[in-house]
Write a protein that binds this ligand. Structure first.
Ligand SMILES: O=C(O)c1cc(=O)[nH]c(=O)n1[C@@H]1O[C@H](COP(=O)(O)O)[C@@H](O)[C@H]1O
Length: 238
């Protein structure tokens, strides 16, 4: 199908599978969807199965953050669900990250399935310097750099980060480390609760491998038109 771009992942933040399914059917050009906490729980995990049956790729965004054994075991389940990408929090630390990476490798070999990309959340795009100070972390860019480096040293494939930190992460982790960016807002959309944002084109130009866009598409009057405008914007950047 023309007019698709797998660098665009649409966040299906809906309270029922029915609403999510309607959106997916409205925008056949979008091939990659994010299932987060709300839809995963509302659909009792079925959203992932249904999207796979519809031929879509899934970013399973459950942001695991727990003791190393618990996260490793949950990671095995994420591999079994057929996600293309899933994530854990970098703040879980070196042992949690490396056990998760090891579990993904082992489980993919055991099930003989394609190994999903395992990404680490750095600093959430809804937080700014002030929010970080509140939780005792004094320097946003130093934190992002340290967490990205830790994720890479622990064997992860990449990070989830604000587009504003792409250059910093590229400098630190090199060209092959994956960077997935939420906090992406077309010039015509509202920021909402996102604080560290850039446009889709700018994010890709700076070196993002994937962008995640939710409400500018899912809450648009015409979601298909909104998605096509973003796909068109991306097509100008190779
Ligand atoms: O892990 C994520 O996807 C994520 C990380 C982050 O730092 N910021 C962030 O917004 N997200 C997710 O990306 C999506 C962004 O949605 P919109 O703000 O509606 O475009 C939401 O589903 C968030 O859960």
């Amino acid at each position: 199908m023309k007019n698709t771009d797998k660098r665009l992942i649409v966040a299906l933040d809906f309270p029922t599978w029915g609403e999510a399914e309607k959106l997916v059917n409205q925008v056949p050009e979008v091939m990659f969807y994010k299932v987060g906490l709300e839809l995963y729980l509302a659909s009792r995990g079925e959203a992932v199965v249904k999207l796979r049956e519809m031929g879509k790729e899934v970013f399973l965004d459950l942001k695991f953050h727990d003791i190393p054994n618990t996260v490793a075991q949950a990671s095995r389940q994420a591999v079994a669900q057929g996600a293309t990408i899933f994530d854990v929090h970098a703040a879980g630390g070196r042992e949690m990250l490396s056990k998760a990476a090891q579990a993904v490798q082992e489980q993919a070999e055991f099930l003989q399935v394609r190994k999903p990309l395992l990404l680490a959340i750095t600093v959430l795009t809804s937080m700014d310097e002030e929010d970080l100070k509140d939780i005792g972390l004094p320097d946003l860019r130093r934190t992002v750099r340290a967490w990205a480096k830790l994720a890479q040293e622990s064997g992860l494939d990449g990070v989830v980060a604000s587009p504003q930190e792409i250059s910093l992460i590229r400098e630190t982790c090199g060209p092959d480390f994956k960077i997935l960016c939420p906090g992406v807002r077309p010039s015509w959309a509202e920021a909402g609760d996102q604080k560290r944002i850039l446009t889709p084109r700018k994010a890709i130009e700076l070196g993002a491998d994937y962008i995640v866009v939710g409400r500018p598409i899912t809450q648009a009057q015409d979601p298909r038109l909104a998605a096509l405008r973003i796909i068109e914007e991306l097509s100008t950047v190779s």
